[in-house]
Design a protein around this ligand. Structure first.
Ligand code: ZN
Length: 434
């Protein structure tokens, strides 16, 4: 995943006490993966084995917590080591990581620039960084792409990575301090918090069973709206009674898991289209690191078997692919869809749902737009020759679905010419650059 962190390197000079650590997981090139970097603070050079063991323990904890178990193939995980002169938290250790208050749990580093530069040195593009602080005192904090957690509390580390990777908010009700944002601001920033307490207004209503009361009470199980979150004890609601974003015990709730899956997709390139053969024997195959059975594909106008199809050179066609996980519901599923152009050797990737530009061709007067993909269906309206349209998906029974009058209409496949496959790429760059 692209990152702004490399820019910081230019502001730094060589520091001899940094050492590359292990690569705990390698799934692919940095630009195709979400790169997690684990650093340590408060470990002396003689404590290096402790750091490696703590980093491994954190990664074991993460990769046995869903959705990271299933999606580990979209991640690279590297460690890096800078020796501290003192052991434990304190402003004189390598990054100056210390507890903000005497009895609090918040951690802060005084040498952030050095820390970020080390994260990039450690490998990959450092999309997410966690600093393990060598202490038995429990604490953790997340700031942007960087988080801190006590080495002795890997579950706190997973919670902090929920902030960093999934951009999730805290689901607990209070801590020793005052919230710095209003309830409305928190609800706007975090997908797992809301000020709404009615079923229809819940941002995660797709997850709420018809029989579940909203808001939820102490006796409610499943996803609802539970009072308390974002360090407020009332007026802000969370999806579940318990979640890793609230407590140590259970894994992530359905809503947090959903947003983590979306973030893993956004931070990586989970699929590629590769070609073999040539001419009429040319074959296209979708390949990626996720387990078999994750993908559901729909090939337009070609004979296909699962993720593979015979695609003669020059054939104007595309394939829609979707991560079929039941962990992402409703409109959010759009972010798990991909479209590959089968004409280009490189396999252009267009996020689903954005539509593909096309023109009306081969008609002398006007083209009928129908409500369904059949000539027996209602005529919704007409299009002039040469009119610009957006094709919304593969052809069905000889008809393309197109955007029409704010909805979907169907037009004869033979009267539509798809525009250059590169037309949709600017949105892809936008997606990857985020
Ligand atoms: Zn949650």
């Amino acid at each position: 995943m692209r990152s702004r962190l490399p820019l910081l390197l230019t502001a730094c000079f060589a520091l001899p006490t940094f050492a590359l650590g292990d690569t705990l997981q390698r799934s692919g090139p940095a630009e195709d993966c979400l790169d997690l970097v684990i650093l340590g603070d408060g470990y002396r050079s003689t404590d290096r084995a402790d750091f490696e063991s703590d980093a491994n323990r954190l990664w074991d904890q993460l990769r046995t917590t869903e959705p990271f178990t299933r999606y580990a193939g979209l991640m690279n995980v590297h460690t890096g080591f800078r020796a501290s002169s003192i052991r434990g938290p304190g402003e004189n250790n390598a990054y100056g990581t210390h507890f903000v208050t005497l009895f609090g749990t918040r951690l802060r580093a005084t040498r952030m620039t050095l820390l970020l530069a080390d994260a990039v040195r450690a490998g990959g593009e450092a999309d997410a960084v966690i600093v393990l602080v060598n202490t038995n005192r429990r604490g953790g904090t997340a700031i942007g792409s960087v988080c801190f957690a006590s080495s002795s509390a890997p579950r706190v580390g997973i919670h902090e990575l929920g902030h960093v990777i999934g951009r999730l908010g805290d689901e607990y009700s209070s801590f020793s301090g005052t919230p710095s944002l209003t309830r409305e601001q928190l609800a706007r920033i975090y997908p797992n918090l809301t000020t709404a307490s009615t079923r229809a207004q819940l941002p995660w209503k797709d997850w709420v069973a018809a029989s579940t009361p909203v808001p939820g009470s102490f006796f409610t199980s499943g996803v609802s709206a539970f009072q308390g979150g974002g360090a407020y004890s009332s007026g802000l609601y969370r999806p579940r009674r318990a979640c890793r974003m609230r407590t140590d015990g259970p894994g992530f709730c359905e809503v947090c898991r959903q947003h983590l899956v979306m973030a893993l997709h956004e931070g990586s390139r989970p699929l590629q289209l590769v070609f073999s053969g040539s001419g009429s024997a040319r074959r296209a195959r979708l390949v990626g690191p996720l387990p078999d059975g994750v993908w559901r594909s729909r090939w337009s106008g070609v004979q296909a078997q699962g993720l593979e199809a015979n695609v003669p050179a020059g054939l104007d066609a595309f394939v829609d692919v979707e991560d079929a996980t039941p962990w992402v519901l409703g409109e959010h599923r759009r972010s798990l869809r991909y479209r590959f152009d089968l004409r280009t050797g490189a396999g252009a990737l267009v996020p689903g749902g954005s539509g593909r530009p096309a023109r009306v061709v081969g008609v002398s007067t006007r083209l009928r737009v129908r409500a369904r993909p059949t000539t027996a269906s209602t005529i919704l309206g007409h299009l002039q020759p040469g009119a610009a349209v957006r094709v919304l998906g593969p052809a069905e029974s000889g008809f393309f679905p197109i955007e029409f009058d704010g909805g979907t209409g169907y037009v004869g496949q033979n009267f539509i010419r798809l525009e250059s496959p590169t037309a949709g790429l600017s949105s892809v760059v936008g997606r990857w650059a985020r």
